[in-house]
Design a protein around this ligand. Structure first.
Ligand SMILES: Nc1ncnc2c1ncn2[C@@H]1O[C@H](COP(=O)(O)OP(=O)(O)O)[C@@H](O)[C@H]1O
Ligand SMILES: [Mg+2]
Length: 380
């Protein structure tokens, strides 16, 4: 029997999950999202919407009564509330997995305890503990909020002793951890999936380029040696094995100067660095996530085409309605998230530049440099 799917969050990830769900009518009959913004992206592609905050207990209870299975596009949900509605609906990834992952300190402790490489880190509960930690790690080091961080907003890089107080005050009473700085040579990620029956599949390693702490482009596959890619994919596999939750997970990693891999963080959901799979692979990460939480056989994760994903971000210094972006070229797949208002660096859409059979990543990067300037956001 087809199930009713509930998604906590109806932004672009919820939107693309909804679109994938619509292509599986034999398994999913309806999608209901919980999102605070009327006319959220997912609601514009056929999801029904409960308007409410992600953490609103009553709204989550209401959602759980209306659906058979709940998943999420954000990691900041209240895992205790989710746990309390498990009798109403199956929840994947499980509230326990969410609880571990959504706190960066618990997440890294869990990984470390399972022998999975992470940067050195400690919990810090006072400024004196920050100072102690810095004696050990030296400068720079990162002070990080343990929860609810995104786009670098939960990080403060401490470059010298003079910045300790400023860094500490920046977080105003949030729970914190301190992490050793990793002078990485590349940021990479693996989109990994595990279904409810324990089957695991990982997509090939991709390379991520950030600007102002926001993902700007993803290069699939990563420009690493096959040893490095294999090592990263193995670590992703091991992580899925110990983590046990069902769904797609975005595993962000650093490649160190001596080609070691350490995990930076895991997102318990589909991930921006997996958007290339919409065109590069037989199974998109969105379909894969649904297959995983429904307990279906996972789809192929083979990379069929070299692809670069480029994020379309709101311009700095501009907030308001913007002109529709259109672009016609048969190897460019543009996906806009139908957000009415542009804000500085807001993710408004992305496109995948898909290589043909013999196009190298360097050729694609050349092509990208010609295209990207035409994809800028302009006010109406
Ligand atoms: N230990 C570290 N060493 C060096 N750079 C780091 C470290 N931790 C984070 N960063 C940099 O900051 C970015 C954002 O950090 P991350 O912990 O992933 O936060 P967010 O939750 O905002 O994505 C990373 O993509 C990376 O570029
Ligand atoms: Mg990150």
């Amino acid at each position: 029997m087809a199930k009713i799917l509930g998604i906590i969050g109806g932004g672009q990830l919820g939107m693309m999950l909804t679109e994938a769900a619509k292509k599986m009518p034999e398994h999913i009959s309806q999608v209901i999202v919980l999102d605070p913004n009327q006319n959220c992206s997912a609601s514009l592609v056929g999801a029904n919407q409960i308007v409410g905050d992600f953490k609103d207990k009553d709204a989550i209870i209401e959602l759980s009564k209306q659906v058979d299975i709940i998943t999420y596009e954000i990691e900041s949900g209240d895992s205790d509330v989710l746990k309390s509605v498990e009798n109403n609906a199956e929840i994947n990834p499980s509230p326990e997995t969410l609880k571990t992952i959504q706190d960066k300190f618990l997440q890294k402790t869990f990984l470390q305890n399972n022998g999975i490489p992470v940067p050195e880190f400690i919990k810090v509960e006072s400024i004196d503990e920050v100072k102690e930690g810095l004696k050990k790690y030296g400068y720079p080091a990162l002070l990080k909020a343990r929860r609810d961080a995104y786009d670098g907003k939960g990080n403060f890089k401490i470059d010298s002793e003079n910045e300790i107080q400023k860094a500490y005050d920046y977080f105003k009473g949030q729970k914190l951890m301190l992490e050793k700085f990793v002078p990485f040579k590349m940021e990479v990620s693996v989109i990994a999936s595990r279904n409810t029956k324990g089957q695991i599949k990982t997509y090939p390693l991709v390379e991520n380029i950030h600007e102002k702490n926001i993902l700007r482009e993803t290069i699939a596959p990563a420009r690493t040696s096959s040893e490095v890619s294999k090592k990263a994919e193995k670590i992703a596999n091991n992580t899925m094995d110990v983590l046990k939750g069902a769904g797609v997970f975005g595993i962000e990693m650093f490649v160190t100067q001596d080609d070691q891999i350490v995990i930076n963080e895991i997102a318990p959901r589909v991930h921006n660095s997996g958007h290339h799979t919409l065109q590069s692979s037989k199974t998109s990460q969105f379909e894969q996530h649904l297959r995983a939480i429904l307990g279906l056989e996972l789809g192929s994760t083979e990379l069929i085409h070299n692809t670069i994903m480029y994020n379309i971000l709101g311009n700095l210094g501009f907030e308001g309605e913007y002109k529709k972006i259109e672009f016609l070229q048969n190897n460019v797949f543009l996906k806009m998230y139908e957000k009415k208002i542009s804000k500085p660096l807001r993710k408004l859409g992305h496109f995948n530049l898909v290589g043909n059979d013999n196009q190298t990543i360097d050729q694609l990067l050349d092509e990208l440099s010609q295209i990207k300037d035409k994809m800028t956001v302009k006010s109406i």
